[in-house]
Design a protein around this ligand. Structure first.
Ligand code: FAD
Length: 305
């Protein structure tokens, strides 16, 4: 039996493994796809302290290697069920059932996609899901933001300060973002808001160069030349297997605070999967460290009594 089972080998999970191993605990990490999580295909990271311009792949492999060097075991299996009812926690995976004294859930969140032609093809070459991460690559250029909620307005405001022109494209004619955010963006000179509009296709040669937009009110199609499309239609937390035992907020994120505690003894959450304002590598790493430290404290107290 391992001391800690960690679900997910993204930044939060692997940081938890690093801190757990260094605290003298044995950590086993389950990952259903590839180490690194969401960042693995990102061409360049510019906002992680101490690293500038490192690719998502190199960053992910460095993190993976570091966790392994410290003795963490990483197994490529999907976690499909859990039993947190006893002092010893059970985790069911595609390769069997495993037990541990504590569990850290670091399963991240998936970005919601538009689903239009060209979106997948140009991901990382003009299609982005994070303006804070990739906006700087399009300084002085024309870009579009897709969405009508808080994050779309935040991203539009952010991009309007660094880009020449920003189109905000929204499928409806009402916005779910706060009125203050909407009013502020509507007053911004280099922002054009296109309502009742959807992107039919993202086009280009090696990178995005224009989009075809359909007006849902009259069916007309128009083309706009631009360099990037920022999709801000939300994240999808994939916490279904935990919903009956752990508290989730209305959007489906774990309702855990900065201490990463879930309310069930010995079960902690870290990274994008928990309720928070800023979902970034640096906050995921921070959570991983906090959760591992909390798990170590819990194990020492509980199992040495
Ligand atoms: C395109 C893109 C670019 C980005 N660029 C930046 C950037 O430049 N700077 C920055 O700070 N942030 C960036 N971000 C955000 C950053 O990647 C996330 O905030 C960060 O990855 C969150 O880490 P995490 O460990 O919480 O979750 P994730 O990275 O989502 O990792 C979770 C892992 O858990 C695994 N998993 C999920 N469910 C299971 C299961 N049931 N069983 C086993 N494994 C499971 C997943 O496969 C995944 O590998 C970017 C995001 C994207 C999508």
């Amino acid at each position: 039996m391992n001391d800690i089972i960690i679900i997910g080998a993204g930044t939060a999970g692997l940081t938890a493994a690093i801190y757990g191993q260094r605290a003298g605990l044995s950590c086993k990490v389950f990952e259903k796809y590839a180490p690194g999580g969401q960042i693995v295909n990102s061409p360049s990271i510019e906002n992680y302290p101490g690293m500038y311009g490192v690719s998502g792949y190199d960053y992910s492999m460095a993190l993976f290697g570091q966790a392994q060097k410290l003795g963490a075991e990483i197994e490529f299996s999907e976690v499909t069920g859990i039993d947190f009812s006893g002092d010893i926690k059970k985790v069911i995976t595609s390769s069997g059932e495993f037990e541990a004294k504590a569990v850290i859930i670091a399963n991240g969140a998936a970005r919601r996609k538009i689903g239009c032609k060209g979106e997948e093809e140009f991901e990382g070459r003009g299609v982005s899901y994070c303006a804070t991460c990739d906006g700087a690559f399009f300084r002085g250029k024309t870009v579009a933001v897709v969405g009508g909620g808080e994050s779309a307005f935040e991203e539009t405001e952010y991009l309007s300060k660094i880009c020449d022109k920003v189109y905000l494209i929204h499928r409806r004619d009402v916005f779910s973002a706060a009125k203050t955010a909407v009013d502020s963006v509507l007053k911004t000179k280099n922002v054009t808001v296109l309502t009742n509009s959807v992107i039919e296709e993202i086009k280009g040669e090696n990178a995005v160069s224009f989009v075809a937009i359909k007006n849902r009110a009259n069916g007309s199609i128009s083309e706009i030349p631009l360099s990037a499309v920022f999709v801000a239609i939300g994240l999808i937390p994939e916490n279904g297997i935990f919903k009956d035992v752990l508290k989730l907020d209305e959007a489906g994120y774990f309702d855990a605070d900065e201490n990463c505690e879930t309310g069930i003894e010995g079960v902690f959450v870290a990274g994008d999967t928990r309720k928070k304002h800023l979902r970034q590598l640096v906050t995921a790493a921070s959570d991983g460290a906090v959760a591992a430290n909390a798990a170590a404290g819990y194990i020492r107290k509980k199992f040495s009594e």
